[in-house]
Design a protein around this ligand. Structure first.
Ligand SMILES: Cc1cc2nc3c(=O)[nH]c(=O)nc-3n(C[C@H](O)[C@H](O)[C@H](O)COP(=O)(O)OP(=O)(O)OC[C@H]3O[C@@H](n4cnc5c(N)ncnc54)[C@H](O)[C@@H]3O)c2cc1C
Ligand code: SF4
Length: 439
């Protein structure tokens, strides 16, 4: 008998391949050409458009929508990509409901914004489907920059530096570049190997020498990079996870949600990926939602996300919370884990109602995914740290001369793909200004 959602334990193949393919298909399929024209037609092309202010990369949204409306889709893509080279990924993963689309005047007037994210995808997909790269490099400057971390921040930084004529060496610790675009984003948001396709396309600018399997602190040192290069950018993200500090947290079946998601993103065959029958996810952010929804889509019978505060305080947006509800994932709030019971492997998680330690209840669980936050991994000494992240000024400069940082690893920001892109791009512009001032 093949496994079913009711099979006890953590097992693979709870659902057949056809169901799994349907469950992990594109969550927001592309607009057709006609749908894109209709959607573009709803834009008022506002002067001082609030949607632009709300976009961390300041894409000229009315401009690109006007270009789509006029049939100039590739010009629209250039408008987007000139500001945000990962505009294709951001069109898929941005929480637009809390950024540009929330600010859209049609949202305020009618509760239905212009579909900016889907229009952005329409334009960028069209351009990326063509051969070649849309931007050319400036004359070589003779300057060399080391970019450490090939996630959204590092990629945006490397691309802008290459465009400005600098020679870039891009290091990443993992065997594959892309950062959380490749290992973190929910599978149904970036289908069809989009992260690697976008990476290859981005590297098409030339002048970026990608070196994977090269970890700062193990294979290269910051001192060496500072000696060998004219500038260094750190975009290393948050490599560490916060551990659950509760009784029984080391039982079999308990693991960080980001590891579960990374395995899922790298799986060639979703039917071979084990998932629990009863899954409890601890946390209240995007990672918790993504882990819960994907566990359910893999065939878990029962998935519950438990968060210690109330819904309004969850960092997952209302839209994400609705996504969980639609997938059949339960969200329980106001409860804190106090112990994981079991005989070797986890069988239940005990919770106390927040603020009432003696008022407890238990949820049966054979798999427990922890999503209580990430933290900076090991970093070289000498960098000033602020609130657990690399301290930077408003130009992305760290406390060490010649070293910049951006994205999730840098203080400030809001741990979104689009913010990492903006910070990587802006650091590149400041690096360029600093290097050119010394010529
Ligand atoms: C599960 C999950 C889902 C998410 N979903 C969304 C979403 O839907 N929408 C959204 O906007 N944001 C989402 N985010 C947040 C978003 O992915 C991050 O904000 C973004 O990836 C940050 O980019 P980054 O380049 O700073 O870091 P990362 O993407 O983490 O990239 C850092 C890179 O540095 C490399 N690295 C680390 N240490 C070293 C070292 N010592 N030497 C060399 N290389 C190193 C890593 O291998 C990695 O490739 C999600 C995050 C998670 C965890
Ligand atoms: S706020 Fe809305 S209507 Fe105005 S320019 Fe932006 S997308 Fe168009």
């Amino acid at each position: 008998m093949p496994p079913t959602p009711q099979t006890p334990g953590i097992v693979a193949g709870r659902l057949d391949r056809t169901t799994l393919t349907a469950n992990f298909s594109d969550i927001a399929p592309p607009l057709t050409a006609h749908e894109a024209l209709v959607a573009a037609d709803r834009c008022y092309f506002c002067y001082d458009a609030p949607c632009v202010t709300a976009c961390p990369t300041s894409i000229d949204i009315p401009q690109f929508i006007r270009e789509i409306a006029g049939g100039a889709t590739e010009a629209a893509a250039r408008t987007i990509l000139g500001q945000n080279i990962l505009g294709g990924m951001c069109a898929r993963v941005c929480p637009t409901e809390t950024l540009c689309e929330e600010a859209c005047v049609r949202e305020a007037a009618e509760g239905r914004p212009v579909e900016i994210g889907r229009l952005q995808r329409h334009a960028t997909d069209a351009l990326m489907a063509r051969d070649g790269h849309p931007f050319a490099r400036a004359e070589p400057t003779g300057r060399r920059v080391a970019v450490v971390g090939a996630g959204p921040a590092g990629l945006a930084c490397a691309h802008r530096l290459a465009m400005l004529g600098h020679a870039v060496v891009l290091f990443d610790a993992r065997p594959k570049a892309g950062g959380l675009n490749e290992f973190g984003i929910a599978a149904y948001k970036a289908t069809g190997g989009f992260a690697q396709a976008e990476l290859d396309w981005l590297l098409g600018i030339g002048g970026i020498d990608l070196r994977t399997d090269t970890r700062l602190g193990r294979d290269v040192s910051l001192d060496t990079l500072r000696q060998d290069f004219d500038a260094v950018f750190l975009g290393v993200g948050l490599g560490g996870v916060r551990a659950l500090e509760t009784d029984g947290a080391t039982r079999a079946g308990v693991r960080p949600a980001v590891d579960f998601i990374a395995d899922l993103r790298q799986a060639d065959d979703l039917a071979a990926l084990p998932v629990g029958r009863r899954v409890v996810v601890i946390g209240g952010g995007m990672t918790a939602i993504d882990a819960g929804v994907q566990a359910k889509k893999l065939g878990a019978e029962d998935v519950t996300i438990v968060y210690r505060r109330d819904r309004a305080q969850m960092s997952a947006s209302r839209h994400e919370q609705e996504l969980a509800a639609t997938a059949g994932v339960r969200i329980l709030t106001g409860a804190t884990p106090v112990g994981i019971g079991g005989n070797g492997a986890a069988t239940e998680v005990r919770f106390a109602y927040t603020g009432a330690a003696t008022d407890t209840f238990a949820l049966p669980a054979d798999q427990v995914l922890t999503a209580i936050g990430q933290r900076l991994g090991d970093l070289p000494e000498g960098l000033a740290i602020e609130a657990g992240k690399v301290a930077v000024d408003d130009r992305g400069r760290t406390s060490l001369p010649g070293v910049w940082a951006g994205g999730d690893c840098a203080a400030g920001g809001d741990d979104l793909t689009v913010t990492a892109v903006a910070e990587g791009r802006d650091a590149a512009l400041d690096i360029h200004a600093a290097l050119m001032a010394n010529t």
